[in-house]
Design a protein around this ligand. Structure first.
Ligand SMILES: NC(=O)C1=CN([C@@H]2O[C@H](COP(=O)(O)OP(=O)(O)OC[C@H]3O[C@@H](n4cnc5c(N)ncnc54)[C@H](O)[C@@H]3O)[C@@H](O)[C@H]2O)C=CC1
Ligand SMILES: O=C(O)[C@@H]1CCC=N1
Length: 264
């Protein structure tokens, strides 16, 4: 596979790291307007760093666009004459809908939207995918790429905004929960390093229990909550202070904002 990442910033670099460190054995073009910050990645085999998007497109089959929403139109205009039937276009750009992409490059291309998260850098991204009609024939390629870098599911395009909130912004939400529980652990006497270790590993263990058993969170909670014990005491205090409610309200606020952004 020959992959180009057009716009190697935060997310683009995370995808690149995921591909490089999972030994995907793919040729990889990384583009960025000023390449100094990513020049070091040329040390890896089959990686080319360039500011020339056209060169990247000509030498690749899979084009992953990871620029800011305001930059996508310009880059699509720049490269559209170079597109051939070998190309599969994968856009990670938030809120930039497929019909808008088709309007610039034409409906005849394989167009896929992908919403990964930054955990792609460590091969643990939850990635949501959708495509135009033509792209359905190539979505398996996108699944293969993103399953290598975590887990992927195919969803209808009208759920992409919601997926962005839950999965992409979701990384930030979960980080705050980990930070908060670490702060609690420090207050109970652990030093900061141990506190974070306890919190991270407990979080990983809780998610793994659900992933591996397929059970509902409440079934696992029931196993931990001894009657009149300390867990239910803590949980109820958290809920009296609005734990679940504040998370749900935060998700709703985030969703409202993303819908406003994409209308602009
Ligand atoms: N950060 C995240 O967790 C996620 C971000 N996204 C979306 O991915 C996109 C990228 O986000 P970030 O990586 O955070 O942005 P960023 O600003 O860090 O990266 C964009 C990169 O594209 C480069 N660029 C801009 N115009 C270019 C051009 N014409 N040719 C080549 N390179 C060009 C910029 O120099 C920059 O390095 C955004 O649309 C964002 O909404 C999607 C999922 C998760
Ligand atoms: O915060 C944002 O708007 C973007 C979309 C998801 C992650 N970052």
């Amino acid at each position: 596979m020959k992959i180009a990442i057009l716009g190697t910033g935060n997310l683009g670099l995370s995808i690149a790291k995921g591909l490089i460190f999972s030994n995907a054995h793919t040729s990889l073009f990384l583009t960025k307007r000023k390449t100094e910050a990513i020049r070091e990645y040329e040390e890896y085999s089959k990686v080319t760093v360039t500011s020339n998007n056209l060169e990247a497109v000509r030498n690749s089959d899979i084009l992953i666009f990871a620029v800011q929403p305001t930059q996508l139109e310009k880059i699509l205009e720049e490269i559209k004459e170079e597109l051939t039937e070998k190309h599969v276009l994968i856009s990670t750009v938030t809120g930039f809908k497929i019909p808008r992409i088709e309007k610039i490059v034409g409906e005849e291309h394989f167009i896929i939207r992908s919403m990964p998260n930054t955990a792609i850098a460590v091969g643990k991204s939850m990635t949501c995918l959708c495509s135009n009609e033509k792209g359905q024939k190539r979505i398996a390629i996108a699944e293969a790429i993103f399953n290598r870098l975590g887990t992927s599911i195919i969803i209808p395009e009208n759920k992409m905004q919601a997926a962005t909130v839950i999965c992409a912004s979701g990384v930030a939400f979960w980080m705050r929960l980990i930070r908060a529980t670490s702060q609690g652990a420090v207050q109970l006497g652990f030093d900061a390093k141990d506190a974070q270790e306890l919190s991270m590993q407990t979080c990983l263990g809780a998610a793994s229990l659900l992933i591996e058993s397929g059970r509902h969170p409440e079934q696992e909670i029931d196993k931990v909550t001894t009657p009149r014990g300390c867990t239910i005491e803590g949980l109820n205090e958290m809920e009296h202070n609005g734990l679940s409610s504040s998370l749900i309200k935060g998700i709703q606020a985030s969703f409202k904002k993303i819908n406003n952004i994409s209308e602009q």
